[in-house]
Structures are given as structure tokens and as C-alpha cells.
Design a protein around this ligand. Structure first.
Ligand SMILES: NC(=O)c1ccc[n+]([C@@H]2O[C@H](COP(=O)([O-])OP(=O)(O)OC[C@H]3O[C@@H](n4cnc5c(N)ncnc54)[C@H](O)[C@@H]3O)[C@@H](O)[C@H]2O)c1
Ligand SMILES: [Zn+2]
Length: 348
């Protein structure tokens, strides 16, 4: 069965099993010239068959975060010229967040923009990277520093492609689902606790992110809640020199920021204990390169920083981020932060 939901004014979201084997995508392609850009690692698994079905030109990009840069974007743009793409060529991304971010970026700038469809194939890309319209590439100055806002025409979430996803990639996506559970959807948290049906969790997480973005497209308040766990999480990734997977960093970040919520007397001990029990399943450890001063230094770059102070999204129960008069975050004194970091360092 295929579900179709309109998200954003202009993006259709299709979800279902065996979705890539149906004719839905072919219908959307119409008579346009189509170029499918896929992560090389899933070329034989999905891309070749899909390109054949869509009668599309198939291009691949190497797997991994290192690919998400100007060089690959430039190579892709050259290839698009070489295969004769014009403004009406439909560009389709097939892969994880690296692919959807990069191809979305190229689609937004090639001849001042091409029609674009996104097919996320990792759990993380389904619930997070492909949702919300942000495209990006990395630079030597930092991750995701160059990009555009370019929502695709359609997003195809085929649950079956997850069958080939390695376990560690599942954890990356699960960390974002759990985050959504903690900040605004207690029922999603419960589903995750009970190892619920993954397709139902994916849909609920996507809708949660969409609703937040709709209410605050410019990230002036509510949208900040999506950064829960990421103030600490991003800093941990930086301290690990980006060796720590994002999901592991976010999982530990969510737990630590939940602890901060407990310590500041917003969150009940009972709720915190249930959060702790859940994250213990992730086998969390701090990166070997961790030092507290490194972490504090890395946090100084956090986007929510204001007037020289680091601000945190906090929760007062499972499923509810605290509004703080519409700011959805508050500054934390160095002493308050240090006590929670003392607690965190048990994961060394
Ligand atoms: N645009 C946004 O709003 C946003 C939000 C969150 C994350 N991101 C970005 O997303 C990226 C991370 O995405 P990711 O975790 O999907 O990483 P990824 O794209 O690198 O995919 C992870 C791994 O899974 C493999 N893979 C993909 N689909 C597979 C499948 N079906 N079967 C087997 N293997 C498969 C890939 O080859 C890769 O090795 C980061 O660059 C991050 O910045 C963007
Ligand atoms: Zn994240």
C-alpha cells in the first residue's frame, strides 16, 4: 500500500513497501529527461534496476561523508552538462543523507535549479536529512557550511530498502527518532521503547519534523527543539575529529542534555531513569580524544549561542521541550554545565 501525504506546500511524500517497484515514480517522471544519481554502494542493490525502469541516465557518487564537497558537486555538474541536461531535466537522488544533501544542492544551482526528487535509503535520511528542504556540502571550515533551501518535488520512502542497511546505520537513524520522541512525541518514545513497527515510527518522526518546520520555518524559536542533544552531540563529533558517528554522538548528547534537564529540576527522576535505561542499549562511550576543555571549545561554535553564553534545549517530561517564552532554549551557567559534564565523564 502506498501512502501519499502533502508536506510543505510543494512536496509530496510517498511511503510504502516495495515502492520503488511500483510505477508511481515513473508516472511522476512523465516525458522528462531523467538523471538518477546514486550512492555507489547501492548501485547494484537498487540503482541499476531503478534507472532501467525510469529509462534514466545513471550517475554514481562515492559513498561516505568525504564525498559531500565542492569537488564532487563540480564533477556532477560537469556530468550533467555532458549528458545534455537542460532546465527541464528531472534529477533524482538515491542514497543516504550524503547523497540527498549533495544532489539536492546541485539540483538547486544547476541552471538556477532543476526539478528534484529525493529517495532516501537510510533511516537517518528518511526521518531527518531528506525532510525539511535543507541541502548542503561540507567545506574545510566545517560541515554543511555551504547550501541552499530547496525542498524536492517529491520524497519516496520505500521501507524495504532498509533491509540492507548495516546495523550501525540503523542506530544513527534511531537516535534522531528518539530525539523526536523526547522533545515532542511521547507516543513515539513509547513505540521505540517497545521496539515498535519501524514504518509507523518513521512516518511519525517525519510528520513531527514537518510540523515543527511548518510552525517555525526560519528557526526563530520552536525549530530549535530539533537541536536537542546536538549541542553536546556536535561538540563530541568535533572532539572526535568526526570519527564518532553522528547518531552515537546525538544519542549521548540527548542523554546528557536530559541529565541537565534533571539537574536543573525540570525533569522528574523517574523520567530520567527511563531515558537512561533506553540509551544504555547504545553502548555509549566518549571519544578517546575527549577532554573537557576541547568539548567546551567546540561548544563555543554552537548556533544557539547568544551574548557569549551556550544555550540548551531542555525537556520537562518525555515528549515535551520547554518553551522558555518562545525561545525554546536557555543559557546554562558554567557551574551548572560542569556538574552535568562531571556526570557524563563516567562514559570515558
Ligand atoms: N539536510 C538536513 O537537514 C540533514 C539533516 C541531518 C543529517 N544530514 C546529513 O546527512 C548525512 C548523513 O546521512 P546518512 O547517515 O544517511 O549517511 P550516508 O549517506 O553516508 O549513508 C550511510 C551509509 O549507508 C550506506 N547506505 C545507504 N543506503 C543504504 C541501503 N539501503 N543499504 C545499505 N547501505 C546503504 C551508504 O553507502 C553509507 O555507507 C550527513 O552528511 C548529514 O550532514 C542532513
Ligand atoms: Zn542530527
Amino acid at each position: 500500500m502506498i501512502d501519499k501525504i502533502l508536506i510543505f506546500p510543494s512536496t509530496e511524500l510517498f511511503l510504502g513497501n516495495q515502492l520503488l517497484k511500483t510505477d508511481k515514480l515513473l508516472e511522476l517522471c512523465g516525458n522528462q529527461k531523467v538523471v538518477l544519481v546514486a550512492d555507489a554502494a547501492i548501485k547494484d542493490l537498487y540503482a541499476v534496476a531503478l534507472a532501467k525502469k525510469l529509462r534514466a541516465n545513471l550517475l554514481t557518487i562515492p559513498s561516505g561523508e568525504k564525498t559531500k564537497n565542492w569537488d564532487t558537486a563540480q564533477t556532477l555538474i560537469d556530468q550533467l552538462f555532458q549528458v545534455g541536461c537542460g532546465r527541464d531535466t528531472l534529477l533524482i537522488a538515491l542514497g543516504g543523507g550524503v547523497t540527498t544533501d549533495l544532489v539536492g544542492f546541485v539540483a538547486s544551482i544547476y541552471m538556477r535549479s532543476l526539478p528534484f526528487i529525493s529517495i532516501p535509503t537510510t533511516l537517518l535520511a528518511m526521518v531527518d536529512a531528506a525532510i525539511g528542504g535543507k541541502t548542503a556540502i561540507n567545506t574545510p571550515y566545517g560541515k554543511n557550511l555551504i547550501g541552499t533551501m530547496y525542498p524536492p518535488q517529491a520524497i519516496f520512502v520505500d521501507f524495504d530498502v532498509l533491509q540492507t542497511l548495516p546495523a550501525k546505520e540503523w542506530l544513527n537513524g534511531l537516535a534522531e527518532i528518539l530525539k523526536m520522541g523526547l522533545i515532542r512525541d511521547g507516543s513515539l518514545w513509547e513505540m521505540a521503547q517497545k521496539n515498535g513497527e519501524s514504518s509507523a515510527m518513521i512516518l511519525q518522526a517525519i510528520l513531527g519534523k514537518m510540523q515543527v518546520i511548518e510552525q517555525d520555518p526560519m528557526e526563530q524559536g520552536l525549530r530549535r527543539i530539533l537541536n536537542f542533544g546536538h549541542t553536546i552531540g556536535h561538540a563530541l563529533e568535533a572532539v572526535s575529529l568526526y570519527k564518532m558517528p553522528h547518531g552515537q554522538a546525538v544519542a549521548l548528547g540527548c542523554l546528557v542534555e536530559a541529565h541537565l534537564s534533571l539537574q536543573l529540576n525540570y525533569l522528574a527522576k523517574e523520567d530520567f531513569d527511563s531515558i537512561l535505561a533506553m540509551y544504555k542499549k547504545f553502548a555509549l562511550t566518549l571519544p578517546k580524544t575527549y577532554t573537557r576543555s576541547h568539548l567546551l571549545q567546540a561548544m563555543a561554535h554552537d548556533k544557539k549561542r547568544a551574548f557569549g553564553q551556550i544555550r540548551f534545549v531542555l525537556i520537562d517530561q518525555i515528549g515535551h521541550a520547554i518553551p522558555f517564552d518562545g525561545a525554546y532554549c536557555r543559557s546554562v551557567s558554567p557551574n551548572e554545565l560542569e556538574s552535568t559534564l562531571d556526570w557524563m565523564e563516567q562514559w570515558k
